[in-house]
Design a protein around this ligand. Structure first.
Ligand code: GRF
Length: 211
């Protein structure tokens, strides 16, 4: 039985999709905790109502030149109290220090709302619209020290239609995220992801492309 800890900052709809899939599909895993850096994150209530332990490590409680390191150290301490096999970032809006990413190397996943390596960073769908992109999407990847880099586990693609704006695109892509991210987490807990030469292969032959 693998233990999963999920980090959120807000709504937590991807976390919710993972929690529901874990229960409905009988994964060899349990959600050990949901942790937020924001006390008001809406997703915390969902987790608590499903009997999942929750915790808050408020980044605003850390200040000074070493604030980022101190926050990450405290976050790591709280996470490791739940002894996770896998750490899942689901809308977790903090830049992580290299020490933190090294500690969870090859056992930390993130979902980013673009077709990486295009559009790292924020406001991905708005930037894709400005560039006249005809497709947008999302990527699940292993987390490394470099923001929104790391080996790609799965990608989802959606068409851009006339009249689309940032909100309509993000809603369209989010539906795909809710299928893709649970699948990627399930692959990890089933031991079906192999990292070979920096590339990730689904060893049971399931498609890593979603649309
Ligand atoms: C998603 O679009 C995800 O790709 C991005 O942040 C959003 C999180 O949404 N990283 P939610 O909190 O899972 O509902």
């Amino acid at each position: 039985m693998k233990s999963i800890v999920i980090l959120i900052s807000g709504r937590g709809s991807n976390m919710e999709a993972i929690v529901r899939a874990c229960a409905a599909e009988g994964w060899p895993a349990r959600i050990a905790a949901v942790i937020s850096n924001r006390p008001g994150a809406a997703g915390l209530a969902f987790a608590a109502s499903h009997g999942i332990p929750t915790a808050v490590v408020d980044h605003k409680a850390f200040s000074g030149p070493q604030a980022r390191e101190a926050f990450d150290a405290e976050l790591q301490r709280v996470i490791d109290g739940f002894a996770p096999d896998l750490l899942v970032l689901a809308g977790f809006m903090r830049i992580l220090t290299p020490g933190f990413t090294a500690h969870y190397a090859d056992r930390m996943l993130n979902i980013h709302p673009s077709l990486l390596p295009s559009f790292t960073g924020l406001h991905t769908h708005a930037r894709a619209l400005e560039m006249g992109c005809k497709f947008v999407g999302a990527t699940v990847h292993f987390v490394t020290a470099e923001l929104d880099h790391g080996a790609i586990v799965a990608q989802a693609v959606a068409p851009v239609q006339a009249g689309d704006d940032e909100d309509s695109l993000s809603a369209r892509v989010l539906k795909l995220e809710h299928r893709m991210y649970p699948a990627a987490v399930r692959w990890f807990v089933q031991g079906q992801l192999a990292i070979e030469g920096g590339l990730v292969r689904q060893t049971a032959g399931e498609s890593q492309a979603f649309s």
